[in-house]
Design a protein around this ligand. Structure first.
Ligand SMILES: Nc1ncnc2c1ncn2[C@@H]1O[C@H](COP(=O)(O)OP(=O)(O)OP(=O)(O)O)[C@@H](O)[C@H]1O
Ligand SMILES: [Mg+2]
Length: 284
């Protein structure tokens, strides 16, 4: 299980997030980005956050700590925004918290260089979990203390929305041509060699045990949370073995241009050159 704490103060909504996450303070004196079971994206996006965030952390990728955050909607009583009030009311009980990284900034590919090995690890991981939400338009990457941190895995594991076709759809290619780190020459093969052996039965079981039973209950076609966990483990183990062979990086060719804009693909770091934090020419 994830560590548990409870929200003591609703601080402010994070309006840039489509699911209207909020910053909250908690009983353990931590500050968290809280994602709500009552949000329109539904509880499966929270399941994806727990599985992907937990697996990434176990593989050594940087993801802020995740916790189970108990919510008593009473903490939102003085919140003036109707939409937030409604969200809190419909989310009583266990929600998800992600450690808030104070002072972090959104990843900007023109200001922050990523080496091919790290880019490869992130792209390989996103292929493993079918993350469709790390494009250059919306990277869901933060830079904090000079390092890259991964956030927002709610849209990953897309196959868990249709279990009968999960095994087959999980075997499809992963299109990384729009990936935020595609321009950095990701070394996906090296990442696969390093990380795939770490996706063991035990690691998957530990990761899946972090998902609260209540979020896996009543899944159509399954007898209970244990069966649902087994289904996730099966698909993830199968993908880990060979997904690197199906990563499409979309190198621009004469008949097929990259979908990323020229300012991104033609920048020198496209070849993996390190770019120190801060723009080299001091302009935007
Ligand atoms: N742990 C964190 N520390 C600091 N800021 C964060 C953290 N998590 C999220 N944020 C900020 O909040 C924003 C929204 O978070 P996130 O992307 O997880 O929400 P979402 O509702 O899933 O968004 P999306 O619209 O991308 O689906 C991020 O873009 C980032 O600016
Ligand atoms: Mg996001």
């Amino acid at each position: 299980m994830l560590r548990e704490t409870f929200a003591t103060r609703y601080v402010t909504p994070l309006r840039e997030g489509g699911s209207l996450p909020g910053i909250v303070e908690a009983e353990d004196l931590g500050t968290y980005v809280m994602k709500f079971t009552g949000a329109g994206q539904g509880r499966k996006s929270l399941v994806a956050e727990v599985i992907c965030g937990g697996l990434a952390r176990r593989l050594g990728l940087r993801v802020p700590e995740l916790v189970c955050l108990e919510l008593d909607p009473v903490i939102g009583l003085s919140e003036p925004d109707q939409e937030v009030q409604q969200l809190l009311k419909s989310s009583a009980g266990v929600n998800l918290g992600m450690d808030f990284l104070p002072g972090s900034i959104g990843f900007d590919p023109l200001a922050f260089g990523v080496d091919a090995a790290e880019a490869g690890r992130v792209v390989w991981f996103d292929a493993l979990v079918n993350n469709v939400d790390r494009s250059w338009r919306n990277p869901n990457l933060l830079v904090w203390h000079g390092d890259l941190w991964l956030i927002d895995h709610g849209a990953a594991l897309i196959w868990h929305h249709n279990w009968p076709t999960a095994a087959a759809s999980a075997a499809r290619p992963y299109d990384a041509s729009d990936h935020a780190l595609a321009p950095f020459g990701p070394d996906v093969a090296a990442a696969a060699a390093e990380l795939a052996p770490l996706v063991t039965e035990e690691t998957l079981a530990d990761t899946l045990a972090d998902v609260p039973d209540a979020w896996l209950a009543d899944e159509p076609g399954f007898a209970g949370p244990g069966e649902v966990r087994a289904a996730y483990a099966e698909v993830l183990a199968a993908r880990a073995a060979s997904v690197h062979e199906r990563v499409v990086l979309g190198e621009p060719t004469p008949d097929r241009g990259s979908r990323a804009p020229g300012w991104l693909t033609s920048w020198p770091h496209r070849r993996g050159d390190a770019v120190a934090s801060g723009r080299k020419d001091g302009t935007r």
